[in-house]
Design a protein around this ligand. Structure first.
Ligand code: ATP
Ligand code: MG
Length: 412
């Protein structure tokens, strides 16, 4: 038997109601703030991610689905959304539009990871990017919108952690300092961290082994090394968030698995999730567009995991599907039944047609099961009997009278 590939899942009709709800809330909350939806291709040139996400990141080193397109070009299924959105921003000359350009997406992404609860090989993210503005209110507004979305979806036990990475220059000086510190304490570090000291010393903050954690407790932090402008930007972001009533924990050890961040960095997690606790993450990426050969453009954004939002969200009752009329067939009259259902839909009614060849009794049972308000029983080329399900009242009508009668909603 052929099954869905490991780490993937089907979204069955029963699961799609809450996904629809997430889409609706995202559109409502982000749309109201002036964000407009964007969709980019499911695959891109591999180089976009190698350059945009960063060669040294876990994503690029071991999580990408990369393939040859048959013509010698290397393509990769998108593992994240920011680099593609920036590629589109550059490609379509969006720097000529009024800035910032505010975009959101809801798309699927692909990472070759070990599947577990909340971690899949194809998963969905809802994301927002504000490109072309440097001010701290951009960062704060994005974080507030994300918090609103998580709240609207009933995500429980949410924690917001916040840090600043400063500029690449500060980071590079800090990196030298940290590398020297880690080298001096090399014997206590895990093999994995030791092996990657030069490649990515910041990853030491992510390590869970006691030896590395002990070393990290005494390590210098980047927050202590920010230059004046970066420190001021960060202080303003914090002040705006506190004004908005959002509680954020400063976390100088926050690192994210993408290389493009500058200044503000944040992560929302939920203690309701267990091991895969990250719900959403984001930050400022003022150098990314330049790195992709675009004009130097400040930008900020976030991405939230749809499956994790749904796992950590409260199950809300979903509205039952509305069915105005079920068109049943009493005789052999397929054509008229089909026409009535079609015209009913054209008139804005929700109409379902008998498609399974049930007996009339079976059709009435089906109409009841799906909660249809009316059943139109087509008996002959000209004969329709309209039954109101709640009262049980029934009347003979000509075919043209059926839809007006349902629209009036009057008692028969
Ligand atoms: P994690 O630490 O869990 O690996 P990440 O730092 O790789 O997360 P990001 O790249 O920042 O995650 O993606 C943003 C969000 O997308 C995450 O917070 C998470 O909710 C979701 N996400 C990331 N990878 C997966 C995955 N493999 N399956 C499901 N959701 C994911
Ligand atoms: Mg990851």
């Amino acid at each position: 038997m052929i099954q869905a590939p490991k780490g993937t899942f089907d979204v069955l009709p029963a699961d799609s109601a809450r996904r629809d709800q997430l889409e609706l809330q995202a559109r409502r909350i982000l749309g109201a703030a002036g964000y407009r939806r964007i969709e980019t291709p499911a695959f891109e040139a591999t180089e976009l991610f190698a350059r945009g996400v960063g060669e040294a990141t876990d994503i690029v080193q071991k999580e990408m689905y990369t393939f040859d397109d048959g013509g010698g070009r290397s393509l990769t299924l998108r593992p994240e959304g920011t680099a593609p959105v920036c590629r589109a921003y550059i490609e379509h000359g969006m720097h000529k539009l009024p800035q910032p350009v505010k975009l959101w997406y809801l798309s699927s992404f692909f990472r070759a990871e070990a599947p577990q609860r909340g971690r899949y090989r194809q998963f969905w993210q809802v994301g927002a990017e504000a490109i072309g503005a440097a001010g701290p209110e951009v960062d704060a507004e994005l974080i507030v919108l994300l918090a609103e979305l998580l709240e609207a979806m009933g995500v429980r036990e949410v924690r917001l952690r916040l840090a600043s990475l400063g500029s690449p220059e500060t980071r590079s000086e800090y990196r030298t300092e940290l590398t020297a510190y880690l080298r001096a304490n090399e014997d206590k570090l895990s093999r994995e961290v030791r092996r990657r000291i030069e490649l990515n010393p910041m990853r030491a903050f992510d390590a869970s082994d006691p030896g590395t954690q002990e070393v990290i407790r005494g390590a210098p932090t980047l927050l202590e090394r920010l230059d004046d402008e970066d420190a001021e930007h960060f202080a303003e972001v914090q002040a705006l968030l506190s004004d908005a009533g959002l509680r954020a924990e400063l976390d100088p050890t926050l690192v994210r698995g993408l290389d493009y961040y500058t200044r503000t960095l944040f992560e929302f997690s939920s203690d309701a999730l267990g091991a895969q606790s990250g719900v959403a993450g984001g930050g400022r990426y003022d150098r990314l567009i330049e790195q992709l050969d675009g004009p130097r453009t400040p930008a900020c954004g976030w991405a939230a995991g749809v499956e994790r939002i749904l796992l950590a969200g409260s199950a809300q009752p979903t509205a039952a599907q509305i069915v105005d009329v079920f068109v049943a067939r009493g005789g052999g009259e397929g054509g008229l039944a089909f026409r009535i259902a079609r015209e009913a839909r054209a008139a804005g009614l929700a109409a379902q047609l008998e498609l399974a060849g049930r007996s009339l009794k079976g059709q009435l049972k089906q109409a009841d099961r799906i909660g249809a308000r009316y059943v139109a029983i087509v008996g002959g080329p000209d004969a329709v009997s309209l039954k109101e399900m709640e009262s049980g009242e029934q009347r003979e009508l000509s075919p043209d009278e059926v839809i007006p009668a349902i629209l009036r909603g009057t008692r028969l």
